[in-house]
Design a protein around this ligand. Structure first.
Ligand code: ZN
Length: 197
């Protein structure tokens, strides 16, 4: 059993990242937002599936390819139904899928993603315990830097976070400067509260 106070921070995105593309109608690069809808095209046993995006300004659509000329046998029935019914969770999955984005050569606008953080106490050690352990949970990979997360969650400035790190009050098992790392699922951050006073 862990003897540390442990709090889980679950990062939950509320939106799919926007992408920047050249909009033929606007005649310049514009941000496109995900419609959270799929387009499915069946040609015999071959299936094409796209996630539909819309230019923020003129609503022109752009389709991000998910499956191209894929045999329907390769897609489970359950998943196929989800594509047809525009399943929100599935749209989120593909909206964050780096392989799909790379294949489509999209430019992702990470700042466009709205998210919230759910805090949950997992383990409570004695009151005298100064050390607090945080575990990051994120189903979808978001490039949030640790220092930004700590500013937000601990309600302190970035310079205060840096100061605490230099005093050894913020630490982790990672070898590099944890403040500059991007969060990942299962990341552990330890904070010694005694420096806060
Ligand atoms: Zn446009």
């Amino acid at each position: 059993m862990s003897y540390l106070n442990t709090i889980e921070w679950e990062i939950v995105p509320e939106t799919i990242p926007e992408v920047k593309r050249n909009c033929p109608k606007c005649g310049e690069k514009k941000n496109y937002i995900s419609s959270e809808k799929f387009r499915v095209n069946a040609n015999g046993p071959l299936i094409d599936i796209w996630l539909i995006y819309q230019c923020k300004k003129c609503k022109s659509t752009w389709n991000m390819a998910i499956h191209e000329r894929t045999n329907i046998k390769e897609i489970s029935k359950d998943k196929y139904e989800k594509f047809l019914s525009n399943d929100k969770e599935l749209a989120m999955e593909y909206g964050f899928d780096m392989n799909i984005h790379n294949k489509n050569r999209t430019e992702i606008i990470w700042d466009s993603v709205k998210y919230h953080i759910i805090s949950k106490e997992l383990n409570r050690a004695g009151k005298m315990e100064n050390e607090q352990q945080y575990i990051i949970r994120c189903k979808y990979q978001l490039p949030i830097r640790v220092d930004r997360l700590l500013c937000e969650k601990l309600c302190i400035s970035r310079s205060k976070v840096k100061d605490l790190y230099e005093k050894g009050a913020i630490y982790s098992q990672e070898n590099s400067n944890i403040l500059k790392l991007k969060i990942f699922d299962g990341m552990l951050i330890c904070i010694n509260n005694k420096y806060f006073e």
